[in-house]
Design a protein around this ligand. Sequence first.
Ligand SMILES: *Cc1c(COP(=O)(O)O)cnc(C)c1O
Length: 395
Amino acid sequence: MTLEEMDKQYVLQTYNRNYVNFKSGQNATLFDENGKDFIDFTSGIGVVSVGHGNGRVADAIYNQVRNITHISNIFLIEPQAKLAKKMVELSGFDMAVFFANSGAEANEGAIKIARKYGQNRFKNKRYKVLTLEYSFHGRTITTLKATGQESFHQNAFSPYPEGFAYKNQIKDIYSAIDDETVGVMIELVQGEGGVQAFDKKEIEELAAFLQKNDLLFMVDEVQTGVFRSGEFLASKFYDIEPDIITLAKGLAGGVPIGAVMTKHKDIFTYGDHGSTFGGNFLSTRAGLEVLDILEDFYKDGFLRNSIDYFDDKLKKIVENHPNLFLNKTGLGLMRGIQCKEGDIVSKTIKASFDEGLLVLKAGRNTIRFLPPLTITKDEINEGFARFEKALDKLK
Ligand SMILES: *Cc1c(COP(=O)(O)O)cnc(C)c1O
């Protein structure tokens, strides 16, 4: 039985997989079972923020689990307290953190905070959260419903919980706020929706409006967070101070983790929320090491250099191929190239793979780039050289 057959027989088929068998990785380079190398511009969809096979993270995890992997949240968890402190300090916000295991779960926590706030703060219990039509907030029943894209509300999984409404654009949100609305949840750069970064001024105005009306600004930074935008939080880049921020993907370099940060530090009391695995020794020790590495990368200017270098490469690609591409989108190392037609995306992803380069799709017509934040100049050069070759073959 081949591994592909095994997967197809024993694993529930929810993914349309590519059956390449990766065996090892070093930073932004992966090797398959035949020794063929691939430049990884996906970092496992923004997760392996400090690269594959990161020695510092591996050592930290090993030393942790050699002693204690898990104790439960009934007891003090040293790396959890330290990671929370580190995240709050990096954010510069007066917040506290709850740890979960995924982005969806972090958003569930955010929605619970919003509901309780809606009860405490207003005479009638406000509970409705407004989101955007091209958003993505997760795959649990509630976060599917929070996700504005109609295609995510399949009838097969109904009924969905109440309490969400959608608008196409930021400017439409104001008129949609009614006396049941407790807050607005958005991504500052829509990831799955097509790597669209919102206008800074528009976001600042929304933040000010929500604050003035005591409504919650909930920012889903599951993809934009942890230096992906070039700052620890995209909220810093946008100069806003949200009420609630959710994080996950890149926070622990590949170990499952999710986090909700909020300035409403007293909203939850004992028993209001919890998690068996959330914030355990393994994930939070990994997270601490990842933030240490990335903080240095940020302070030393390496991250900024990589972002500028990557941006320059994207600019040239778009200029060189006006027949294929419209423009470059996104910010930091969360980038996209908008294609003239949707089918260019899948063809390019396939041709890139054949040349030894991994890239992603986003939205309907965008090729998405989410390289490890520690990617080297050589890896960027090699990746784009392969991308050019792939594009040549499309002709
Ligand atoms: C990936 C993602 C999620 C879901 O995270 P999971 O860990 O898959 O549950 C939620 N929001 C955004 C913005 C994401 O990019």
